[in-house]
Design a protein around this ligand. Structure first.
Ligand code: ATP
Length: 358
């Protein structure tokens, strides 16, 4: 539904240049909720604003619903009209709602319909229908100042839906809201995604938002997308930073001469007694440093951090055993055991070794 290739944005002011996006290749499938994460300054807002060409990319392409928006973004009048038409199918929701305080709720929602030149009756009908969809039918005549933050964001969402968009872009839509209101807005977005088949790209810095509604996510750093995929793919990627942040499991090793292993249990594997089997089979003492169960992307996932006595090279066989059980196993670096110094050790038949070492 949305593809960017080699998307680059360089801001220039005087002789200073800031590369906010540096060759971003993004792929958002139709009908999914896609989260973009990253620290402040990573380029998230620039990316989302480039998706509807509010920000003109310096180079690269943006394709939305099969249409290359970058090709429409010429200076000629015809191209601009075509871009405006394409944009009307992309809604945008903002962190601070951006409502006009002098207009009623209904008039705020009607604004994009005025730009689309719908007649008065049609505008009113559509605005009331949208307000009903977001649960605010009774607030049509209220002014923004009379609404709570969550209600204001619902108006922002209704306004974003006015052009019957296929895509909704959300720039930190919930970060100005309290946790309960955040949950209800996320629920509304998920609902709209399912009922209208809406593709949603949202920027967030909250892992809970990703856990609650995202099908896929990307992590940005310094203008690059450094990880992206479905939540399940990310959780199954050894060493994934997003997976670790989505599902943190702490615990420090008790000494230098230990091997720390993070195990992720998906589905049926979560209920098998693999740790006691491991202890019995190899006659080793296993310490559990941390453990957590959670629902991520609608699926039950378990994670455990264990400690095995001895260095990595002494634990090759037990680690191979865990992998043979179909578990995802990430071996953490021991404090005194840099990856570069790891000895080459033969792999057991069914499992790659130390692929997840970070
Ligand atoms: N209009 C602009 N002019 C110059 N530099 C800009 C402009 N907008 C953004 N930048 C710079 O581009 C980089 C990326 O900014 P951007 O706002 O996209 O990051 P972000 O990940 O959204 O950050 P935040 O989470 O703080 O909003 C930053 O270094 C920022 O200072």
């Amino acid at each position: 539904m949305i593809t960017t290739t080699g998307l680059t944005k360089v801001y220039r002011s005087g002789d200073r240049e800031v590369t906010a996006l540096d060759g971003v290749d993004l792929h958002v499938r139709e009908g999914e909720v896609y989260g973009v994460l990253g620290q402040s300054g990573a380029g998230k807002s620039t990316l989302i604003r480039c998706l509807n060409l509010l920000e003109r990319p310096t180079s690269g392409t943006v394709t939305v619903a099969g249409q290359d928006l970058t090709a429409l973004a010429g200076d000629q009048k015809r191209a601009n009209a075509a871009l405006r038409a394409a944009r009307s199918h992309i809604g945008m929701v903002f962190q601070h709602f951006n409502l006009l305080s002098s207009r009623t709720v209904q008039d705020n929602v009607e604004l994009p319909l005025e730009i689309l030149k719908l007649d008065r009756c049609e505008r009113a009908r559509k605005a009331l229908e949208l307000l009903d969809l977001v649960g605010l039918a009774d607030k049509a005549k209220a002014y923004p100042a009379q609404l709570s933050g969550g209600q204001k964001q619902r108006v922002g969402i209704a306004r974003a839906l006015a052009g019957d968009p296929k895509v909704l872009l959300s720039d930190e839509a919930t970060s100005a809201l309290d946790p309960e209101t955040t949950r209800s807005i996320l629920q509304l977005l998920r609902d709209l995604n399912r009922r209208l088949g809406l593709t949603i790209v949202l920027i967030t810095h909250e892992m809970d938002v990703v856990k609650t509604i995202c099908d896929s996510a990307a992590l940005m750093k310094n203008g690059h997308v450094v990880e992206q995929g479905t939540v399940a793919e990310l959780l199954a990627t050894p060493g994934s930073e997003l997976a670790r942040e989505l599902f943190p499991v702490g615990g420090e090793p008790s000494g230098a001469d230990r091997t720390v292993v993070d195990i992720t249990f998906h589905g049926a594997a979560a209920t098998r007694p693999v740790i006691s089997e491991l202890a019995r089979t190899y006659n080793i003492d296993i310490s559990i440093l941390g453990a957590a169960m959670d629902t991520v992307g609608g699926k039950q996932i378990g994670r455990m951090r264990i400690e095995l006595p001895g260095r990595f090279e002494e634990n090759v066989v037990p680690i191979g055993f865990l992998r043979e059980q179909g578990l995802q196993v990430d071996v953490a670096d021991a404090a005194d055991d840099e990856p570069d110094n790891e000895p080459a050790v033969p792999a057991p038949a069914a499992a790659p070794l130390k692929e997840g070492a970070k």
